[in-house]
Design a protein around this ligand. Structure first.
Ligand code: AMP
Length: 180
């Protein structure tokens, strides 16, 4: 199930472009204006619930930090648990961690070792996929702690980059809106 063109327009019109943030040349997709628009936020969440209610999911894994907002709301609506995948050093219990390359340097994400039941069917979610580095590391973490990442969901994908194509080697990928 995908979103109608009319509903896509409601979402796109609610997302704000911030040129040159956080550095020159990047157009930052600001989803705070979507969250603060009741009609757009409801349109999005109703769509995600309709799509995922038949997936027989056991948990939603949200990526730090904007993935928490959509993931936690979706988990609550589907009546399942929510697991945060966090940047290094934030989770208090024993973690498994995965490094990934940035344009300059490396970053690292972590998940609690006991976050999921064995073979749990997990949907991973974040606001946006660009190069796919973050999402690839997060999907690897889900598998490393013994769960099954059945799909990765993004509100936006930057389709002029290869993030989705690379992540598709690991899991199914759904982006609500692809940007060329
Ligand atoms: P990447 O690992 O390159 O796929 O980057 C994805 C992560 O960076 C996600 O958590 C996004 O929220 C954030 N991100 C990357 N590029 C943008 C952008 N142009 N606008 C908003 N967020 C972005």
């Amino acid at each position: 199930m995908t979103l109608s063109q009319d509903d896509k327009k409601i979402l796109l019109d609610s997302i704000r472009d911030i040129p040159d943030f956080p550095k020159p040349g990047i157009v930052f997709k600001d989803i705070t204006t979507l969250l603060n628009n009741a009609k757009a936020y409801k349109t999005l969440m109703d769509h995600l619930v309709a799509r995922y209610k038949s997936y027989n999911l056991d948990a939603i894994a949200g990526i730090d930090a904007r993935g928490f907002i959509f993931g936690a709301a979706l988990a609550r609506d589907l009546g399942i648990g929510f697991v945060p995948i966090r940047k290094k050093g934030k989770l208090p219990y024993t973690t498994v961690s995965e490094k990934y390359a940035l344009e300059y340097g490396v970053d690292e994400v972590e998940v609690h070792i006991d976050a999921f039941a064995k073979d749990a069917r997990v949907l991973m979610i974040d606001d946006l996929i660009a190069t796919g580095g973050t999402a690839n590391a997060a999907a690897t973490l889900i598998e490393r702690v013994g769960a099954n990442c059945v799909e990765a969901c993004f509100i936006l994908s930057l389709d002029f980059l290869d993030g989705v194509k690379n992540l598709e080697k690991k899991t199914e990928v759904y982006s609500v809106i692809g940007l060329d």
